[in-house]
Design a protein. Structure first.
Lengths: 813, 168
């Protein structure tokens, strides 16, 4: 996907690059910031790639311990069934079996549910409550349920044996006495009166019901409006499909009384804290190691039951226990994404100015609530990139007999972007406005920044119309007619789709950085984020190297071992570069301050007489200098290692934004859709490494396009059975069905953090669903097709063409 | 999923009725049936091995006859567990009608699978179930009229089951 790596003309060389005003910066902070502003932005190739492509990665399943045993899960084949009893005798008598554990054993041992803490908690997150404002019941998530299985695939027992094959064989001999119960898997049906209750505690399944915005003002605005346009969309269930299935190796050491867990995740610190609570132990008695992670996209942020099970089982059998999911198990029980039904209404005046909006969002969390991030994130962004003076939103979440959902690549934002961008397009079509002019007329403009939207989110900065203009140029929007005619000559229908987007990046607020000048002439940086392909080892090294002015090769990033990394919010919500960058800048400044102090002592001079330049401390007005490594070594004996640790807490969100355009070619005979071009402009704030940001954007686009075109966790509603358990039935984006992307980065510096960073990567996903579907509908407009559900598979497109044709024929006759 | 089928069997109705109530005949005609034990009155326990797409499994379960109206119709039902492969359950309403000394057998069958069978074999279930039903009734017909089995079995085109994963 070779796209140009140059930065956007819209972002560079203009007034937008002015540094954020900050008069209260320490001299060291000014130094590191100025140094950073001189050097970052280089497309450095990733440091980690050499290691990863030569088989030196350290993924979870690569770890083995002497005497290790293997676990296999006994999973429910029913969507909803009471567990009347579990007969483990035959399994226990099978070759190599060491133990079989059930939910009843778990309760007997006093294990606690996973404390998912699913309600987003920062000051800026939308507040979700139960109906009437109460604390929501979220469904305790025990490692194994003792009462009921609430979705197909839920683990109800674990078998531990000498080999993986023996464990799998014995798992077949665990006989669970199930009483099948009525089930509900569909989002809308679960919220209807009379639906089977997934939890007795929530008889109507709706455990979140909150409203936002000014209801009275919205009502008035709708009543006075010239036009009202309505739509309802279902953004379906998908799964992350990381290339590395989840895996865990647990070990309990009776001598030290400590547990160790090797498990790739989105952040080892969270895993440690929550699993310690599950086991009822002090956090210090659990060490979690998470090195290389083969894809996360949100699915790995939360604790998986198997991670706790291998730790618990290890203590039981007195040996290490390993569990690695099969691909089928990953399809069935990786935390899944999306699944939102949204009903939206837009009020407009005669000229096309947006007056008000209403939204009603219903999120399907599955059998228990692991995270409300998607509902919450989306709730704050229902008005999209547009100035809509008043709006109301009802946000609800519902239990169903399906796998739990979690934040998935750009949690919650693609859903609401899909809703507003398709609604705006519908308004243009129905009311006769030009779809781009209607957008322009209503975009939030730079002079309105910081802009508070109608549901209270404060957009920090952005030049939305400029993004739009540049994306139109990149995509050669005006040359479309020529391409359309050329395609028509070949019997193909060319369509173009457009979407603006704005998204929020909030994320876990705390981060810590430790920086040490090592004796061997390297710099070690300890940080609590967890890359899974984002290239932190490169971009973070780049940041620190620039700030303390040493070659980037000398900087090593240490992450993923909770014995070294004590604090850290992990990697999610586009938080890593912003949080890590900020705290690394603070730590670098602290390091330079300590360095100046030591250098002053070394030169027997005043602190204020010490400058720092090109990695050297200098005594002003002399030729005396000392480099940072030599200083570290010279002062090590007296002052200890030249080392700092810095904590930072940052709540203020940032709002990455941009525009995306795609063109599709539809074959009306077969319904096949081919994406012929795709262009984006993404305002990521300050870009540290454009090579990495582009790579992240490309992956993000593919992930959004995947949902629009192929991906769906199909469930047969009548039987409650998931139908997509392998790549045979779950379509994926591939290099051969993606075009070469034209991506540009716009850098409108965020005033919310010292480095001006927003976030990158998820912006590829956020507008992609709307962009692709808008393009397909544009291609089909001559057939009278105005709506189509995702994924837009050939059959869905073919059917839409013929259904619409049938309706027209029926009208004509 | 509803499957329908119709067979014309060159044997009198009483003969066919006796056959579809004969445990040994059932055992030999149920595709992949390893064992069938029990009685008409109390039901049978059965062991059946079958393959749906990539999943091969041995099901252990019960087969029962109900709604028996001799010599005209009954409902044959089965439910089996196939270990880690999941479960299958289903049944067929079987009807026999006289037709000039021969018998027309019609059935309406339902089948449902769960677990790995559904996740991996869902798009093959309709065709597999149809194939298994055809094999079962073809074997029965062949036993009923062994002299000229091939000619005697006339399958009338059954209604094609709707492909559910497309109609979503």
């Amino acid at each position: 996907m070779g796209s140009p790596l140059h930065k956007s003309a819209t972002g560079l060389g203009t007034a937008v690059l002015e540094k954020p005003e900050a008069t209260d910066l320490s001299p060291e902070m000014k130094l590191v910031r100025d140094a950073l502003f001189r050097h970052v932005g280089k497309p450095l190739p990733r440091k980690e790639d050499g290691r990863l492509i030569t088989g030196k990665g350290r993924f979870s399943d690569d770890f083995s311990l002497p005497g290790q045993t293997f676990a296999a899960m006994v999973r429910s084949p029913y969507p909803h069934a009471r567990i009347l009893g579990i007969d483990t005798s035959e399994a226990l008598a099978s070759p190599g079996v060491l133990t079989v554990l059930t939910g009843a054993d778990l309760l007997a041992d006093g294990l606690e549910p996973i404390p998912h803490n699913p309600v987003p908690s920062t000051k800026f997150d939308v507040k979700l409550t139960a109906a009437g404002g109460g604390i929501p019941f979220t469904g305790p998530h025990y490692l194994l349920p003792a009462d009921k299985a609430r979705h197909v695939g839920e683990a109800v027992a674990v078998v531990v044996a000498e080999t993986a094959a023996q464990a799998a064989d014995a798992a077949e001999k665990v006989f669970v006495d199930y009483e099948e119960l009525p089930h509900v898997t569909e989002t809308a049906k679960a919220a209807l009166p009379g639906a089977p209750a997934v939890w007795d505690e929530v008889p109507d399944n709706v455990f979140i019901d909150s409203s936002f915005g000014d209801e009275a003002a919205t009502k008035t605005a709708f009543a006075a409006a010239d036009h009202v346009v309505k739509a309802e969309f279902h953004i379906g269930r998908v799964t992350a499909v990381p290339i590395e299935p989840r895996s865990s190796l647990g070990h309990f050491d009776p001598e030290t009384g400590r547990y160790t867990l090797y498990a790739g995740s989105g952040g080892a610190v969270r895993q440690k804290g929550e699993l310690a609570k599950v086991l009822g132990i002090e956090p210090k008695d659990l060490r979690v190691l998470s090195y290389d992670v083969g894809g996360n996209f949100g699915a790995r942020n939360r604790v998986y039951v198997e991670f706790g099970l291998v730790l618990w089982a290890s203590k039981k059998v007195g040996r290490p226990v390993k569990y690695t999911a099969t691909r089928s198990e990953a399809f069935l029980t990786d935390y899944q994404g999306r699944d939102l039904i949204t009903k939206v209404e837009l009020a407009l005046d005669r000229e096309g100015t947006f007056l008000a909006m209403r939204a009603d969002n219903l999120s399907n969390v599955g059998g228990r609530c692991v995270s409300l991030s998607p509902l919450s994130k989306g709730s704050g962004l229902i008005t999209g990139s547009y100035h809509i003076p008043v709006a109301t939103l009802r946000a609800r979440a519902v239990f169903t007999n399906t796998m739990c959902t979690q934040a998935y690549r750009s949690s919650g934002r693609p859903e609401v972007t899909y809703a507003i961008e398709r609604l705006v397009e519908k308004a243009a079509r129905e009311l006769g406005f030009d779809k781009l002019e209607l957008r322009r007329r209503n975009l939030v403009s730079p002079h309105m920044m910081p802009y508070t939207n109608a549901v209270g989110s404060i957009y920090d900065s952005g030049e939305y119309e400029k993004n739009m203009d540049r994306a139109l140029e990149l995509a050669d929007w005006d040359g479309f007619e020529v391409r359309r005619e050329e395609a028509a000559g070949r019997g193909k229908l060319l369509g173009r789709g457009f979407a603006n987007y704005v998204e929020s990046s909030i994320g876990s607020p705390k981060e810590r950085a430790e920086i040490e000048i090592k004796q061997d002439g390297t710099v070690e940086v300890v940080i609590g984020t967890q890359p899974s392909g984002q290239g932190h080892e490169t971009s973070f090294a780049q940041v620190v190297a620039d700030m303390i002015q040493v070659p980037v090769e000398k900087v090593w990033i240490v992450l993923g071992d909770t014995d070294i990394v004590s604090v850290g919010g992990g990697s999610h919500s586009g938080r890593s570069m912003r949080h890590a960058g900020t705290v690394m800048a603070m730590a670098s400044a602290d390091l330079l301050k300590e360095g100046r102090r030591r250098a002053a002592e070394h030169f027997s001079a005043d602190f204020d007489a010490i400058d720092f330049e090109s990695g050297h401390f200098k005594l002003r007005g002399t030729n005396q200098t000392i480099d940072i490594f030599t200083l570290g070594n010279l002062t090590r004996e007296k002052d200890g290692p030249l080392r700092v640790a810095r904590d930072n807490e940052m709540h203020t969100p940032v709002f990455p934004n941009g525009a995306a355009i795609c063109e599709v070619e539809v074959d009306p005979e077969t319904g096949h859709v081919l994406i012929t071009s795709y262009a984006t402009v993404d305002d990521v704030g300050r870009c540290i490494n454009p090579l990495i940001v582009h790579g992240q954007t490309h992956g993000g686009i593919a992930q959004g396009v995947g949902q629009a075109m192929w991906e769906l966790c199909a469930v047969d509603a009548s039987s409650g059975q998931p139908l997509a358990g392998s790549f045979m039935d779950y379509g994926m984006p591939r290099s051969d069905n993606m075009p070469s992307f034209k991506c540009e980065i716009a850098e409108v510096i965020s005033p919310t953090n010292p480095l001006g960073i927003k976030a990158g990567g998820e912006g590829g996903t956020t507008p992609a669903l709307a962009t692709v579907v808008n393009a397909v509908l544009d291609a089909l407009k001559d057939y009278g097709v105005t709506d189509i559900d995702m994924p837009v598979t050939p059959h869905a497109v073919w059917r839409a063409i013929h259904q619409s044709k049938g309706e027209r024929d029926a009208r004509a006759s | 999923m509803d499957l329908k089928g119709e067979y014309r069997i060159a044997a009198p109705r009483e003969h066919v009725w006796a056959l579809i109530n004969d445990p040994q005949a059932l055992r030999e005609c149920i595709p992949g049936c390893n064992s069938l034990e029990g009685s008409l009155e109390d039901g049978f326990t059965a062991r059946v091995t079958t393959k749906i797409g990539p999943v091969k499994a041995t099901f252990e379960g019960e087969v029962t006859l109900s709604n028996v109206i001799a010599p005209e119709s009954y409902t044959i039902s089965g439910a089996g567990k196939g270990g880690i492969a999941g479960f299958a359950k289903g049944g067929a309403d079987v009807n026999l009608a006289d037709a000039d000394g021969e018998t027309v057998l019609t059935y309406v069958a339902k089948a449902q699978v769960g677990g790995k069978l559904a996740q991996l074999g869902s798009r093959l279930i309709d065709s597999t179930a149809k194939k298994l039903a055809d094999e079962f009734f073809a074997s029965l017909a062949a036993r009923a009229a062994p002299a000229d089995a091939a000619a005697a079995v006339i399958e009338t085109p059954a209604e094609r089951p709707k492909a559910r994963w497309f109609s979503r």
